[in-house]
Design a protein around this ligand. Structure first.
Ligand code: S3P
Length: 165
């Protein structure tokens, strides 16, 4: 039994692909954001609002650490910014087989601008510019942790799951 972590930007399909992949492999599906919300008893927007992004990253790192120590047979959908922290990148490389779901900015924009209000990092006058900037900053980090990269733009969830299996 392995540990598979899906990494990639918001809207790249980590949670949707992760849940179906886990079902197919008979692994446990864990969504890192939900795991953090359960541990802290706070919603992600509330963590951002009260402690800022730095506090959220700390929670994220601790959650990843806890999962890496305990879990086998897990598919983990990470949050899009997990790779911004060097310790989190090290944990991903050490303890997980990481699959990078890579999408173009156009695909991401089309998907996330619809529900940008629920995403703390997109509370910006120009969320499209913010998305492009964050994607450019993170690109190398996703590649650094990834064992496999999949270009997801043209593929259905089923095809992506099948490819990973
Ligand atoms: C974030 C992505 C979110 C969530 C938080 C920060 C980011 O997860 O962890 O809002 O920094 O890109 P998803 O990628 O699941 O949307």
């Amino acid at each position: 039994m392995g540990r598979i972590a899906l990494v990639g930007f918001m809207g790249s399909g980590k949670s949707t692909v992760g849940a179906q992949l886990a079902e197919k492999l008979d692994y446990t599906f864990v969504d890192l954001d939900t795991f953090i919300e359960n541990r802290t008893q706070m919603s992600i927007p509330h963590i951002f609002a009260t402690g800022g992004e730095a506090h959220f990253r700390q929670c994220e790192q601790e959650a990843l650490n806890a999962l890496g120590n305990q879990s086998r047979g897990v598919v983990l959908a990470t949050g899009g910014g997990v790779v911004t922290q060097a310790p989190s990148r090290a944990l991903l490389k050490e303890a997980w087989q990481a699959v990078y779901l890579r999408a173009t900015p156009e695909t991401i924009l089309a998907r996330v601008l619809q529900d940008a209000t629920e995403r703390p990092l997109l509370q910006d006058e120009h969320p499209d510019v913010r998305i492009r900037t964050l994607m450019a900053q993170r690109q190398n980090w996703y590649e650094e942790v990834a064992d496999v990269t999949i270009e997801v733009d043209e593929f259905s969830v089923e095809m992506i799951v099948q490819y990973i299996v």
